[in-house]
Design a protein around this ligand. Structure first.
Ligand code: HEM
Length: 413
């Protein structure tokens, strides 16, 4: 008998479409064990069997292993020791030129950071090699957001399949081989644990015996970590800069704060993510009849859409100006996160939240404090004198129905 959670046969035509617009009902749906992921049904080419698409025990066991990469000390190590050099190397050529297009720059930057976390090595380190990885990753992003494409789906799918094959050959297979050699050396006592890279691929390979993942699933899982880590952070980075440009123009008294106070920039990132969640909706299939704590009944086979744009702009939670960007905002309701529900909740709550957005609570232990890679990267741009290019205004992306910037030219002055 097939495992009940993975039998998706009935999940093509919903018996009912239900939209949730309240924070409490949304949290209830996210946390309910009979609610299965539905958001990526159209993106199976990259998303089949990846963490965010698993359910029940299968999800739990893979998540437990991958969580190890997102422990506090590892994240602090990434933010303090690994990321500054990657940010500098990626930014410097643009700063030297005096201008940049930050949609591409942000994806390059976040890809370089996500590659470290996912476990994707670059053998030669040349610009051409990075450009190939970049082109492949951009195709994976198209795969994950296939439901929103304005292009012919079959054409996009063929391009994605070709990119995945090329990525496998050029990047994944050599990355696996290097790690397998290291893992064998540790097992033979010829290398130390500390010689192993801290990345998702190493965790998967070290736990092959319990996970039993075929190569094609490892290929999709690593592609997914690469795209999930890079795309969400890159879009948050561009949007935060855009919001800060406007805020500085309207609030010149805050310009000094933006330059000097990392926690102000971090709050700008939270506010940006609240107003523009990486996906405007969460989506779930009801695997059984479910009654929410509010009393709402959801029949088996219903598809539930969580409308994050409405929930994150609830005036009772975020104030009468909830539609506006305001980095000084304090939610009115105790326990409400400043980013709303943009990192999800429950079993699929974003594994990379702390990596991307840092810690909300300040502790006295500053050695353990994280601002998150989006804030750190935005701050590096501000430190480099970034400003919008007055002669080349930004334009939106027409290849998707999602509200992304297509080009965003800036100057360093
Ligand atoms: C601004 C940054 C980010 C935002 C807004 C964001 C948002 C989200 C959301 C909403 C979910 C839940 C999806 C659902 O329940 O249907 C999620 C899951 C996930 N995110 Fe993020 N994310 C961000 C950054 C990252 C980063 C940097 C990484 C990688 C290191 C990452 C990796 C993941 C993974 C692997 C999952 C699936 C978790 C699971 O299913 O257990 N995300 N993210």
């Amino acid at each position: 008998m097939p495992p009940p959670f993975n039998n998706r046969d009935h999940m093509t035509t919903p018996v009912e479409e239900i939209t949730i617009v309240s924070m409490d009902e949304a949290k209830d749906v996210y946390r309910h064990k009979e609610m299965r992921q539905a958001l990526y049904d159209a993106g199976e080419i990259v998303m089949a069997d990846v963490l965010v698409n698993l359910h029940g025990d299968e999800h739990r066991s893979r998540r437990r292993l991958e969580n190890r990469l997102f422990r506090r000390e590892t994240l602090v190590h990434y933010e303090r020791d690994l990321f500054p050099a990657v940010i500098e190397q990626t930014l410097i050529p643009h700063v030297v030129k005096g201008h940049a297009e930050i949609v591409e720059l942000s994806h390059q930057l976040m890809m370089n950071l996500a590659a470290l976390n996912a476990g994707v090595d670059r053998v030669t380190g040349t610009a051409e090699e990075t450009a190939r990885l970049y082109a492949q990753m951009m195709k994976f992003i198209e795969g994950a957001t296939l439901a929103h494409t304005t292009r012919v789906v079959e054409e996009v799918e063929a391009e994605i399949a070709a990119s995945m094959q090329a990525f496998d050959r050029e990047f994944l297979v050599p990355s696996i081989e290097r790690r397998q050699t290291l893992v064998a050396a540790v097992a033979a006592g010829e290398a130390e644990e500390s010689d192993l890279p801290l990345d998702v691929l190493t965790v998967l390979l070290r736990n092959e015996d319990s996970l039993h993942l075929p190569h094609d699933v490892i290929l999709r899982e690593i592609s997914f970590f690469l795209l999930a880590g890079a795309h969400t952070s890159a879009t948050a980075f561009v949007r935060t800069l855009h919001n800060l440009f406007r805020w500085s123009a309207e609030h010149p008294e805050d310009v000094g704060l933006i330059r000097s106070d990392r926690s102000f920039v971090q709050k700008a990132v939270y506010e940006t993510i609240r107003l523009n969640p990486s996906s405007p909706t969460g989506m779930r299939w009801a695997l059984a009849d479910v009654t929410l704590k509010s009393g709402r009944k959801i029949p088996k086979g219903a598809r539930v859409t969580i409308d994050l744009n409405t929930i994150n702009r609830d005036r009772e939670v975020f104030g009468v100006d909830a539609d506006a960007f305001n980095p000084r905002r304090q939610p009115l309701v105790e326990g409400a996160a400043p980013w709303g529900l943009s990192f999800g909740q429950g079993m699929h709550a974003c594994i990379g939240q702390e990596l991307a957005a840092g810690l909300l609570e300040r502790s006295d232990d500053t050695a353990q404090y994280e601002y998150g890679l989006v804030s750190v990267a935005v701050q590096s741009m501000i430190d480099s004198g970034v400003a919008p290019d007055p002669n080349d205004p930004p334009v939106t992306d027409t290849a998707t129905k999602r509200p992304y910037w297509g080009r965003y030219p800036v100057l360093f002055i």
